[in-house]
Write a protein that binds this ligand. Structure first.
Ligand code: SF4
Length: 428
Protein backbone atom coordinates (compact mmCIF):
# COMPACT_ATOMS: atom_id res chain seq x y z
CA UNK A 1 0.00 0.00 0.00
CA UNK A 2 1.49 3.39 -0.93
CA UNK A 3 2.34 5.59 2.06
CA UNK A 4 0.15 8.56 2.94
CA UNK A 5 1.05 12.12 2.00
CA UNK A 6 2.06 14.64 4.66
CA UNK A 7 -0.37 17.34 5.77
CA UNK A 8 0.33 20.89 4.65
CA UNK A 9 -1.26 24.10 3.42
CA UNK A 10 -3.36 23.86 0.27
CA UNK A 11 -1.66 24.73 -3.03
CA UNK A 12 -3.46 27.56 -4.93
CA UNK A 13 -5.13 26.36 -8.14
CA UNK A 14 -2.68 28.33 -10.31
CA UNK A 15 0.30 26.72 -8.53
CA UNK A 16 1.78 30.15 -7.70
CA UNK A 17 4.49 30.56 -5.03
CA UNK A 18 4.48 32.84 -1.97
CA UNK A 19 6.10 36.23 -2.79
CA UNK A 20 9.23 35.49 -0.70
CA UNK A 21 9.89 32.34 -2.75
CA UNK A 22 9.34 34.07 -6.10
CA UNK A 23 11.71 36.87 -5.02
CA UNK A 24 14.43 34.33 -4.16
CA UNK A 25 14.39 32.65 -7.59
CA UNK A 26 16.54 35.09 -9.66
CA UNK A 27 19.49 34.64 -7.29
CA UNK A 28 19.28 30.87 -7.78
CA UNK A 29 19.41 30.99 -11.60
CA UNK A 30 22.88 29.44 -11.85
CA UNK A 31 22.37 26.87 -9.08
CA UNK A 32 21.65 23.23 -9.98
CA UNK A 33 18.05 22.52 -10.97
CA UNK A 34 16.64 19.00 -11.16
CA UNK A 35 13.62 17.35 -12.73
CA UNK A 36 12.17 14.24 -11.15
CA UNK A 37 9.71 12.31 -13.33
CA UNK A 38 7.58 9.77 -11.50
CA UNK A 39 6.30 6.74 -13.42
CA UNK A 40 3.82 5.13 -11.00
CA UNK A 41 3.45 1.66 -12.52
CA UNK A 42 4.75 -1.76 -11.55
CA UNK A 43 3.86 -5.20 -12.86
CA UNK A 44 3.79 -6.62 -9.29
CA UNK A 45 3.82 -4.84 -5.93
CA UNK A 46 6.83 -5.96 -3.88
CA UNK A 47 5.93 -6.84 -0.30
CA UNK A 48 8.30 -4.30 1.29
CA UNK A 49 7.42 -1.34 -0.92
CA UNK A 50 5.37 1.69 0.12
CA UNK A 51 6.18 3.83 -2.93
CA UNK A 52 3.35 5.50 -4.79
CA UNK A 53 3.01 2.89 -7.50
CA UNK A 54 0.17 0.84 -8.99
CA UNK A 55 -0.24 -2.43 -10.78
CA UNK A 56 -2.64 -2.53 -13.75
CA UNK A 57 -5.12 -4.22 -11.40
CA UNK A 58 -5.13 -1.58 -8.66
CA UNK A 59 -4.94 1.44 -10.98
CA UNK A 60 -8.73 1.61 -11.38
CA UNK A 61 -10.69 3.83 -13.81
CA UNK A 62 -9.66 7.38 -14.79
CA UNK A 63 -5.99 6.63 -15.45
CA UNK A 64 -4.05 4.40 -17.79
CA UNK A 65 -0.46 3.70 -18.67
CA UNK A 66 -1.23 4.58 -22.28
CA UNK A 67 -2.47 8.11 -21.56
CA UNK A 68 0.03 8.76 -18.76
CA UNK A 69 2.89 10.25 -20.83
CA UNK A 70 0.57 12.95 -22.20
CA UNK A 71 -0.72 13.72 -18.71
CA UNK A 72 2.81 13.99 -17.41
CA UNK A 73 3.81 16.27 -20.29
CA UNK A 74 0.85 18.50 -19.40
CA UNK A 75 2.40 18.96 -15.93
CA UNK A 76 5.70 19.97 -17.55
CA UNK A 77 3.83 22.60 -19.59
CA UNK A 78 2.06 23.73 -16.40
CA UNK A 79 5.43 23.94 -14.57
CA UNK A 80 6.89 26.10 -17.31
CA UNK A 81 3.90 28.47 -17.09
CA UNK A 82 4.08 28.70 -13.28
CA UNK A 83 7.79 29.52 -13.34
CA UNK A 84 7.24 32.16 -16.03
CA UNK A 85 4.39 33.74 -14.05
CA UNK A 86 6.60 33.79 -10.95
CA UNK A 87 9.26 35.72 -12.87
CA UNK A 88 11.80 32.89 -12.58
CA UNK A 89 14.79 33.29 -14.91
CA UNK A 90 15.53 30.73 -17.64
CA UNK A 91 17.02 27.78 -15.80
CA UNK A 92 17.87 24.65 -17.80
CA UNK A 93 17.83 21.37 -15.90
CA UNK A 94 21.20 20.13 -14.69
CA UNK A 95 19.84 16.69 -13.80
CA UNK A 96 16.81 14.61 -14.75
CA UNK A 97 15.76 11.42 -12.99
CA UNK A 98 12.98 9.06 -14.08
CA UNK A 99 11.96 6.98 -11.06
CA UNK A 100 9.03 4.97 -9.91
CA UNK A 101 7.48 2.61 -9.94
CA UNK A 102 9.14 1.04 -12.90
CA UNK A 103 9.80 3.66 -15.61
CA UNK A 104 10.82 1.01 -18.12
CA UNK A 105 7.31 -0.49 -18.04
CA UNK A 106 6.59 2.35 -20.47
CA UNK A 107 8.00 1.80 -23.97
CA UNK A 108 11.44 3.47 -24.28
CA UNK A 109 10.04 5.63 -27.10
CA UNK A 110 7.56 7.10 -24.59
CA UNK A 111 10.32 7.85 -22.07
CA UNK A 112 12.21 9.48 -24.94
CA UNK A 113 9.14 11.55 -25.87
CA UNK A 114 8.75 12.85 -22.29
CA UNK A 115 12.45 13.69 -22.14
CA UNK A 116 12.36 15.49 -25.49
CA UNK A 117 9.41 17.60 -24.36
CA UNK A 118 11.20 18.50 -21.10
CA UNK A 119 14.22 19.60 -23.14
CA UNK A 120 12.04 21.73 -25.45
CA UNK A 121 10.29 23.40 -22.53
CA UNK A 122 13.22 24.04 -20.16
CA UNK A 123 16.48 23.15 -21.91
CA UNK A 124 19.20 20.97 -20.39
CA UNK A 125 22.67 22.09 -19.37
CA UNK A 126 25.35 20.71 -21.72
CA UNK A 127 26.65 18.23 -19.13
CA UNK A 128 23.24 17.28 -17.74
CA UNK A 129 23.04 13.93 -15.94
CA UNK A 130 19.93 12.09 -17.16
CA UNK A 131 19.02 8.85 -15.42
CA UNK A 132 16.25 6.33 -15.59
CA UNK A 133 15.61 3.57 -13.13
CA UNK A 134 15.04 0.24 -14.83
CA UNK A 135 13.96 -3.29 -14.09
CA UNK A 136 16.75 -5.56 -15.42
CA UNK A 137 14.18 -7.71 -17.28
CA UNK A 138 13.15 -4.74 -19.42
CA UNK A 139 16.56 -3.71 -20.76
CA UNK A 140 17.66 -5.12 -24.10
CA UNK A 141 20.30 -3.81 -26.51
CA UNK A 142 17.56 -2.09 -28.49
CA UNK A 143 15.97 -0.46 -25.40
CA UNK A 144 19.28 0.84 -24.14
CA UNK A 145 20.05 2.25 -27.59
CA UNK A 146 16.74 4.14 -27.77
CA UNK A 147 17.33 5.59 -24.30
CA UNK A 148 20.88 6.68 -25.12
CA UNK A 149 19.83 8.26 -28.41
CA UNK A 150 17.11 10.20 -26.57
CA UNK A 151 19.76 11.72 -24.28
CA UNK A 152 19.73 9.46 -21.22
CA UNK A 153 23.25 9.19 -19.81
CA UNK A 154 22.77 6.76 -16.97
CA UNK A 155 20.82 3.61 -16.10
CA UNK A 156 19.99 2.72 -12.50
CA UNK A 157 19.19 -0.99 -12.31
CA UNK A 158 17.13 -2.47 -9.49
CA UNK A 159 19.34 -5.50 -8.83
CA UNK A 160 18.59 -5.67 -5.05
CA UNK A 161 20.24 -9.09 -4.54
CA UNK A 162 21.94 -11.86 -6.49
CA UNK A 163 20.48 -14.59 -4.28
CA UNK A 164 17.23 -16.20 -5.49
CA UNK A 165 15.67 -16.85 -2.05
CA UNK A 166 16.34 -13.22 -1.03
CA UNK A 167 14.79 -11.92 -4.24
CA UNK A 168 11.85 -14.23 -3.53
CA UNK A 169 11.33 -12.74 -0.05
CA UNK A 170 11.44 -9.26 -1.59
CA UNK A 171 8.88 -10.38 -4.23
CA UNK A 172 11.30 -9.28 -6.92
CA UNK A 173 10.42 -11.11 -10.09
CA UNK A 174 13.42 -10.29 -12.28
CA UNK A 175 15.78 -13.01 -13.42
CA UNK A 176 19.20 -12.36 -11.73
CA UNK A 177 20.91 -13.38 -15.00
CA UNK A 178 19.22 -10.43 -16.70
CA UNK A 179 21.16 -7.95 -14.57
CA UNK A 180 24.35 -8.89 -16.40
CA UNK A 181 22.61 -8.71 -19.77
CA UNK A 182 21.18 -5.28 -18.92
CA UNK A 183 24.58 -3.98 -17.78
CA UNK A 184 26.17 -5.10 -21.06
CA UNK A 185 23.36 -3.51 -23.06
CA UNK A 186 23.77 -0.23 -21.16
CA UNK A 187 27.54 -0.27 -21.67
CA UNK A 188 27.19 -0.99 -25.38
CA UNK A 189 24.90 2.04 -25.66
CA UNK A 190 27.41 4.24 -23.79
CA UNK A 191 25.33 4.63 -20.62
CA UNK A 192 26.76 4.85 -17.11
CA UNK A 193 25.51 2.07 -14.83
CA UNK A 194 24.33 2.22 -11.23
CA UNK A 195 23.12 -0.84 -9.31
CA UNK A 196 20.65 -0.72 -6.41
CA UNK A 197 21.12 -3.28 -3.65
CA UNK A 198 19.12 -3.95 -0.48
CA UNK A 199 20.70 -5.50 2.62
CA UNK A 200 19.07 -7.07 5.65
CA UNK A 201 16.14 -8.85 4.01
CA UNK A 202 14.60 -11.31 6.48
CA UNK A 203 16.35 -14.66 6.03
CA UNK A 204 19.41 -13.17 4.27
CA UNK A 205 22.68 -14.43 5.78
CA UNK A 206 25.93 -12.49 5.84
CA UNK A 207 27.24 -14.87 3.16
CA UNK A 208 24.16 -14.18 1.01
CA UNK A 209 24.94 -10.48 1.26
CA UNK A 210 28.59 -11.08 0.38
CA UNK A 211 27.43 -13.02 -2.69
CA UNK A 212 25.26 -10.08 -3.79
CA UNK A 213 28.07 -7.58 -3.28
CA UNK A 214 30.56 -9.74 -5.16
CA UNK A 215 28.16 -10.28 -8.06
CA UNK A 216 27.54 -6.55 -8.20
CA UNK A 217 31.22 -5.53 -8.27
CA UNK A 218 31.97 -8.23 -10.87
CA UNK A 219 29.70 -6.27 -13.22
CA UNK A 220 32.00 -3.22 -12.83
CA UNK A 221 29.28 -0.60 -12.29
CA UNK A 222 30.11 3.10 -11.95
CA UNK A 223 27.94 3.45 -8.88
CA UNK A 224 26.18 1.34 -6.26
CA UNK A 225 23.40 2.36 -3.88
CA UNK A 226 23.24 -0.11 -0.99
CA UNK A 227 20.39 0.61 1.40
CA UNK A 228 19.44 -1.34 4.51
CA UNK A 229 15.90 -2.64 4.29
CA UNK A 230 13.42 -0.55 6.27
CA UNK A 231 10.12 -2.15 7.17
CA UNK A 232 7.37 0.36 6.42
CA UNK A 233 4.07 0.23 8.30
CA UNK A 234 1.17 -1.01 6.20
CA UNK A 235 3.25 -3.11 3.80
CA UNK A 236 2.72 -6.83 3.24
CA UNK A 237 6.17 -7.51 4.68
CA UNK A 238 5.39 -5.59 7.89
CA UNK A 239 2.29 -7.71 8.28
CA UNK A 240 4.26 -10.96 7.74
CA UNK A 241 6.77 -9.89 10.40
CA UNK A 242 3.96 -9.04 12.84
CA UNK A 243 2.41 -12.46 12.28
CA UNK A 244 5.77 -14.19 12.75
CA UNK A 245 5.86 -15.47 9.17
CA UNK A 246 9.17 -13.63 8.63
CA UNK A 247 11.84 -12.76 11.22
CA UNK A 248 12.18 -9.09 12.17
CA UNK A 249 15.08 -6.88 11.07
CA UNK A 250 18.14 -7.23 13.31
CA UNK A 251 20.09 -3.94 13.73
CA UNK A 252 23.32 -5.83 14.57
CA UNK A 253 22.98 -7.86 11.37
CA UNK A 254 22.39 -4.61 9.44
CA UNK A 255 25.55 -3.12 10.98
CA UNK A 256 27.65 -6.19 10.09
CA UNK A 257 26.35 -5.99 6.54
CA UNK A 258 27.21 -2.30 6.29
CA UNK A 259 30.79 -3.03 7.36
CA UNK A 260 30.99 -5.79 4.75
CA UNK A 261 29.57 -3.43 2.12
CA UNK A 262 32.27 -0.87 2.81
CA UNK A 263 34.97 -3.56 2.73
CA UNK A 264 33.90 -5.30 -0.51
CA UNK A 265 33.00 -2.14 -2.42
CA UNK A 266 36.11 -0.33 -1.17
CA UNK A 267 38.33 -3.20 -2.36
CA UNK A 268 36.68 -2.90 -5.78
CA UNK A 269 37.40 0.83 -6.02
CA UNK A 270 33.93 2.06 -5.09
CA UNK A 271 34.18 4.58 -2.26
CA UNK A 272 31.40 6.13 -0.23
CA UNK A 273 30.31 9.69 -0.92
CA UNK A 274 27.03 9.38 1.00
CA UNK A 275 26.40 6.84 3.75
CA UNK A 276 24.55 4.45 1.41
CA UNK A 277 26.06 5.47 -1.93
CA UNK A 278 29.38 4.45 -3.48
CA UNK A 279 31.03 5.49 -6.74
CA UNK A 280 34.18 4.83 -8.73
CA UNK A 281 35.04 8.56 -8.88
CA UNK A 282 33.70 12.05 -8.21
CA UNK A 283 32.48 12.12 -11.83
CA UNK A 284 30.24 9.07 -11.31
CA UNK A 285 28.46 10.28 -8.18
CA UNK A 286 24.72 10.78 -8.61
CA UNK A 287 24.46 14.54 -9.11
CA UNK A 288 20.69 14.33 -8.95
CA UNK A 289 20.70 12.78 -5.49
CA UNK A 290 23.48 15.11 -4.33
CA UNK A 291 21.24 18.01 -5.26
CA UNK A 292 18.52 16.66 -2.97
CA UNK A 293 21.01 16.34 -0.14
CA UNK A 294 22.51 19.79 -0.79
CA UNK A 295 19.11 21.47 -0.69
CA UNK A 296 18.99 22.51 -4.35
CA UNK A 297 15.77 23.10 -6.28
CA UNK A 298 13.89 20.46 -8.21
CA UNK A 299 10.51 20.03 -9.84
CA UNK A 300 8.90 16.65 -9.19
CA UNK A 301 6.36 15.71 -11.88
CA UNK A 302 3.85 12.91 -11.51
CA UNK A 303 1.36 11.68 -8.90
CA UNK A 304 2.67 11.97 -5.34
CA UNK A 305 5.92 13.62 -6.55
CA UNK A 306 7.55 16.15 -4.22
CA UNK A 307 9.13 19.44 -5.36
CA UNK A 308 11.33 22.06 -3.73
CA UNK A 309 11.98 25.66 -4.77
CA UNK A 310 13.82 28.11 -2.49
CA UNK A 311 12.54 26.64 0.77
CA UNK A 312 9.01 25.89 -0.49
CA UNK A 313 8.09 22.21 -0.63
CA UNK A 314 4.98 20.84 -2.22
CA UNK A 315 3.66 17.44 -3.18
CA UNK A 316 1.19 16.30 -5.80
CA UNK A 317 -2.06 14.41 -5.35
CA UNK A 318 -1.33 10.77 -5.06
CA UNK A 319 -3.59 8.78 -7.30
CA UNK A 320 -2.92 8.85 -11.06
CA UNK A 321 -6.65 9.37 -11.75
CA UNK A 322 -6.88 12.43 -9.45
CA UNK A 323 -3.62 13.71 -10.92
CA UNK A 324 -4.95 13.42 -14.49
CA UNK A 325 -8.25 15.03 -13.51
CA UNK A 326 -6.53 18.07 -11.94
CA UNK A 327 -4.33 18.69 -14.94
CA UNK A 328 -7.12 18.21 -17.47
CA UNK A 329 -9.09 20.94 -15.68
CA UNK A 330 -6.09 23.29 -15.85
CA UNK A 331 -5.46 23.22 -12.09
CA UNK A 332 -2.28 22.45 -10.21
CA UNK A 333 -1.76 18.79 -9.33
CA UNK A 334 -0.26 20.09 -6.06
CA UNK A 335 -2.00 18.66 -3.00
CA UNK A 336 -0.20 20.36 -0.11
CA UNK A 337 2.79 22.56 0.60
CA UNK A 338 4.90 24.00 3.39
CA UNK A 339 7.48 26.72 3.82
CA UNK A 340 10.31 25.27 5.82
CA UNK A 341 10.87 26.91 9.19
CA UNK A 342 14.39 28.17 9.95
CA UNK A 343 14.93 25.56 12.68
CA UNK A 344 13.90 22.73 10.31
CA UNK A 345 16.19 24.02 7.55
CA UNK A 346 19.10 24.14 9.97
CA UNK A 347 18.53 20.62 11.22
CA UNK A 348 18.21 19.27 7.66
CA UNK A 349 21.41 21.03 6.63
CA UNK A 350 23.22 19.36 9.52
CA UNK A 351 21.69 15.92 9.04
CA UNK A 352 22.12 15.69 5.25
CA UNK A 353 25.64 17.10 5.06
CA UNK A 354 26.82 14.86 7.87
CA UNK A 355 25.84 11.87 5.72
CA UNK A 356 28.18 13.02 2.93
CA UNK A 357 31.86 12.06 2.69
CA UNK A 358 32.61 15.76 2.12
CA UNK A 359 31.12 16.29 5.56
CA UNK A 360 29.74 19.34 7.32
CA UNK A 361 31.71 22.59 7.10
CA UNK A 362 31.39 23.72 10.73
CA UNK A 363 32.06 27.43 10.07
CA UNK A 364 29.51 27.41 7.22
CA UNK A 365 26.93 25.83 9.49
CA UNK A 366 27.59 28.27 12.32
CA UNK A 367 27.16 31.20 9.90
CA UNK A 368 23.77 30.05 8.54
CA UNK A 369 21.26 32.94 8.72
CA UNK A 370 18.59 30.33 9.56
CA UNK A 371 20.60 29.26 12.63
CA UNK A 372 20.85 32.86 13.82
CA UNK A 373 17.18 33.60 13.17
CA UNK A 374 16.02 30.47 14.98
CA UNK A 375 18.44 31.26 17.83
CA UNK A 376 19.98 27.82 17.53
CA UNK A 377 23.24 26.94 19.21
CA UNK A 378 26.43 26.98 17.17
CA UNK A 379 28.58 23.84 16.98
CA UNK A 380 31.46 24.25 19.41
CA UNK A 381 35.02 23.01 19.00
CA UNK A 382 34.47 21.04 22.19
CA UNK A 383 31.52 19.03 20.84
CA UNK A 384 33.44 18.16 17.65
CA UNK A 385 36.45 17.08 19.70
CA UNK A 386 34.23 14.87 21.87
CA UNK A 387 33.00 13.09 18.72
CA UNK A 388 36.60 12.71 17.49
CA UNK A 389 37.47 11.23 20.88
CA UNK A 390 34.59 8.74 20.56
CA UNK A 391 35.81 7.66 17.12
CA UNK A 392 32.75 9.00 15.30
CA UNK A 393 34.30 11.98 13.47
CA UNK A 394 37.54 11.92 11.43
CA UNK A 395 40.33 13.61 13.36
CA UNK A 396 42.18 14.99 10.30
CA UNK A 397 39.13 16.58 8.67
CA UNK A 398 38.11 18.17 11.97
CA UNK A 399 41.30 20.27 12.06
CA UNK A 400 40.89 23.93 11.07
CA UNK A 401 42.30 24.81 7.63
CA UNK A 402 42.22 27.81 5.29
CA UNK A 403 39.25 26.38 3.40
CA UNK A 404 37.45 25.26 6.58
CA UNK A 405 38.44 27.57 9.45
CA UNK A 406 36.51 25.49 11.99
CA UNK A 407 37.18 22.15 10.31
CA UNK A 408 34.72 19.67 8.83
CA UNK A 409 32.68 17.00 10.57
CA UNK A 410 33.26 13.85 8.49
CA UNK A 411 31.91 10.55 9.79
CA UNK A 412 34.29 7.67 10.44
CA UNK A 413 33.19 4.17 9.44
CA UNK A 414 31.84 3.70 12.99
CA UNK A 415 30.25 7.16 12.75
CA UNK A 416 28.41 6.12 9.58
CA UNK A 417 26.76 3.32 11.57
CA UNK A 418 25.66 5.90 14.14
CA UNK A 419 24.93 8.87 11.87
CA UNK A 420 21.62 9.68 13.58
CA UNK A 421 23.25 9.71 17.02
CA UNK A 422 26.01 12.03 15.76
CA UNK A 423 23.36 14.36 14.33
CA UNK A 424 21.58 14.45 17.69
CA UNK A 425 24.82 15.32 19.49
CA UNK A 426 25.53 18.25 17.16
CA UNK A 427 21.94 19.44 16.70
CA UNK A 428 21.36 23.08 17.71
S1 SF4 B 1 9.46 -2.65 -8.39
FE1 SF4 B 1 10.18 -1.02 -6.99
S2 SF4 B 1 8.56 0.52 -7.01
FE2 SF4 B 1 7.68 -1.36 -7.91
S3 SF4 B 1 6.68 -2.37 -6.19
FE3 SF4 B 1 8.76 -3.23 -6.35
S4 SF4 B 1 10.02 -1.95 -4.97
FE4 SF4 B 1 8.08 -0.85 -5.33
Amino acid sequence: MPSTLPLGDPVPADGGFPATVAQALPARAEAPFGLYVHIPFCSVRCGYCDFNTYTAEDLGPGASQVSYPDTLISELVFAREVLEKMGAPERPFSTVFFGGGTPTLLPPEELARILTRARELFGFRPDAEITTEANPDTITDATAQVLAEAGFTRLSLGMQSAVPHVLGTLDRTHDPANVERAVHAARAAGLQVSLDLISGTPGESLEDWRTSLEHAVALAPDHISAYSLIIEEGTAMASKIKRGVLPDIDPDDQADKYLLTDEVLGAAGLTWYEVSNFSTSVATRSEHNLNYWLDSDWWGAGPGAHSHMAGLRWWNVKHPAAYAQRLSSGATPGHGRELLADADKTLEHLMLRLRLADGLDVAGFNALPELRRSQGEKISRKSVQALVHDGLIEEGAAQPSNAHPQGRAVLTLRGRLLADAVTRRLAP
